[in-house]
Design a binder for this molecule. Structure first.
Ligand code: TUI
Length: 309
């Protein structure tokens, strides 16, 4: 496989793993990279020294390139940004904000910078700021989302920038891969499908919740607070949405969700925890290795692009 993104990153297949909070730790990142994609360690809200340890552990498990996702709402983002350079990480993706203030130091250190964007305006701003590529992430994604669908966002971003575009949101199999490539993407980023990977440390309750979920079980909380988060519906989201409709205060809503992702991913509390997942969760039916996932997505996707059905 040869695209602008595989060339830039030195990877075999144009598949990038999402930098999912609590999920994207060293085992998953290394497994995706060993399978020929680009694995990512999701720094999320972790302290910088934990991220450093994760990077070192990933290096023990793979010689292939892997990256770090810097979540910009993290109060420790600046320290994480420096750790990435100190540890010689070659690729950074960013999410949930504007990485402009870190761009010069990353570029100077030779790090490839790939901001995740949810709009054309942000994509153009990132290109002007020196980004090497962008991930155009549609609102089908799990977690923190924008408001445009992948189908509409990707071609508009492709038209607006000259740097390569990686499509994300609602891509979970070869059909999604082929569609994204037809929209002009040079690679895809997938999150939810990798949650079900054998190498993913996510609690089995969480994996089973995804396998049982249907198309209509996806819900967005926090639209009123300006922090929309896509999750699988459960007792917590029902309470949240009820409180949100009643005009509850930001503090009250935050109380409901505080630490709730960890509760679901690590403790397996899928009733009161936050089960973040994209809209394609309904089509996922089994657990498999990262290598099987990538081979299926790229194999089926490339066959479709060649016109084989
Ligand atoms: O970042 C994500 N998805 C995430 S981060 C996350 S951790 C979290 N947990 C609880 C509450 C909040 C966050 C879970 N899922 N995706 C990438 C992404 N970035 N989607 C949308 C954006 C984005 C949004 C605004 C990028 C830039 C942006 O710019 C705003 C600005 O600063 O102008």
């Amino acid at each position: 496989m040869n695209t602008r993104v595989t060339q830039m990153l030195g990877i075999e297949y144009p598949v990038i793993q999402g930098g999912m909070a609590w999920v994207a730790e060293h085992h998953l990142a290394a497994a995706v990279s060993n399978a020929g994609g680009l694995g990512l360690i999701g720094a999320a809200s972790a302290p910088a020294e934990i991220v450093r340890e994760e990077i070192r552990k990933a290096k023990e498990l793979t010689d292939k390139p892997f990256g770090v996702n810097v979540m910009l709402m993290n109060p420790n983002a600046e320290e994480v940004a420096k750790v990435v350079i100190e540890e010689g990480v070659k690729v950074v993706t960013t999410g949930a904000g504007n990485p402009a203030k870190f761009m010069p130091m990353w570029k100077e250190a030779g790090v490839k910078v790939i901001p995740v964007v949810a709009s054309v305006a942000m994509a153009k701003l990132m290109e002007r700021g020196g980004a090497d590529a962008v991930v155009a992430e549609g609102m089908e994604s799990g977690g923190h989302i924008g408001s445009t669908t992948t189908m509409a966002l990707v071609p508009q971003v492709v038209d607006a920038v000259d740097i390569p575009v990686i499509a994300a949101g609602g891509i979970g199999d070869g059909r999604g891969y082929a569609a994204a490539m037809m929209l002009g993407a040079s690679a895809v980023q997938m999150g939810t499908r990798f949650v079900l990977a054998d190498e993913s440390i996510v609690h089995d309750n969480y994996k089973e919740k995804l396998i049982k979920s249907k198309d209509i079980d996806s819900e967005v909380t926090g639209l009123s607070t300006g922090h929309p988060i896509r999750v699988i519906r459960n007792k917590m989201t029902r309470e949240y949405l009820k409180k949100e409709q009643e005009g509850a205060s930001l503090e009250e809503l935050e109380m409901l969700t505080l630490g709730s992702l960890r509760k679901a991913v690590i403790e397996g509390d899928v009733v009161y925890g936050s089960v973040m997942a994209g809209q394609i969760a309904g089509m996922l039916k089994k657990k498999e290795t990262c290598a099987e996932i990538i081979q299926d997505v790229v194999g089926t996707g490339e066959a479709l692009l060649r016109g084989e059905r």
